[in-house]
Design a protein around this ligand. Sequence first.
Ligand code: GLU
Length: 427
Amino acid sequence: MVAVKSAKVPTMECETEHFLMAQRQLDEIAEEMGLDRELHERLRYPKRALIVTVPVRMDDGTVKSFTGYRVHHDVTLGPAKGGIRFHPEVNLGEVSCLAMLMTWKCALMGLPYGGAKGGIRCEPWKLSIGENERLTRRYTSEIINLIGPDKDIPAPDMYTNEQTMAWIMDTYSINVGHTVPSVVTGKPVSIGGSFGRTEATGRGVAYCARRAVSHYGIKGDSPTVVVQGFGNVGSIAAKLLHQAGYKIVGVSDVHGGIYNPKGIDIPRLFAYLSEMGKVEGFTGSTPVSNKDLLELPCDLLIPAALGGQITEENANKLNCKIVVEGANGPTTPEADLMLHERGIIVIPDILANAGGVTVSYFEWVQGMMHLFWSEDEVNQRLEQIMGRACDQVLELATKSKLSVRMAALRIGVSRIAEAKRLRGLYP
Ligand code: GLU
């Protein structure tokens, strides 16, 4: 029996299927760890959620309204932290679910932050640069009361980048009348960003992959790897694992994938990609669809594209030993269970892709101190924090027989619960 049951009538408007998934995950771990009923109840919903209409003058002179969101799930340990995504599937439930995952992720990494997420429902690939800028700036001014270096610090997520963060930082700064670099992270280095932030998520994924390989004793000198998604996360993970002597046998991007059981020459693939704009057609490889790519034989599968890629439909067809979640939520809960039963290890998103928010934290700290670190220093500190979290999670999973996801959640949730218990319930 779970301590608190979901009501049939939604308690909050965020209770979409997506959000309920994250809530059920919390219910499950709360039951497993015997979490205090009151603390559990307080963690089941976002603390606050803002929905805004963002009117934008389009290039053809018409005005179009977009819907934007910013959700704070919890702020017990510090300011809310989390990305902003531009995508057609953005809605209150999805953003609330991802905000909750940010709470567990930050707590697991030992960062002094709560969890947040934001987004705008749009098709970013259809916007011109000017439309994108006007959308970003108007959204920023609509959520301006929620954000700030001590309140909530946005960062990039799907289809947002350094330039988006520069516009948010500028809009916020103009509104308050002075420059406030620390209102966002993931900024360009020239305006207060950190070295190593762009590569941080992929670097963290590669790091977790290597730790998992040694922890679970994967044999052979060059473990084989398949990477779904060759964007900022997947391509960096592939590059670093290739450098570490791993054999990358399959990769894909939005257009499709390629397979080469002898190993793909990743540096040459980067050059090919910058010329052709896609991975398909790369010398010596066979084309493979994004769907089939997931079923290729390999030691490590890294889903680093969209959420919901490993489902009930394909979980039994996966042909890997370890899944390392580069994306947020690439495995559905049903698939997760099936993989666990098949003995396939899943290194969950809240651990595997936490390199991004960890270096975001470094960027925020450097900005507050006005003292900037070298790239080597950033990477060393990232390895320290990732290493500590990986060791804690893998050790707990092995000792307790929990899945790695449940072990990671347990550590994250228990830290927030302890902080909430100590702070008490106001009034
Ligand atoms: N959007 C990233 C994530 O999901 C980074 C968040 C941040 O840096 O604040 O973890």
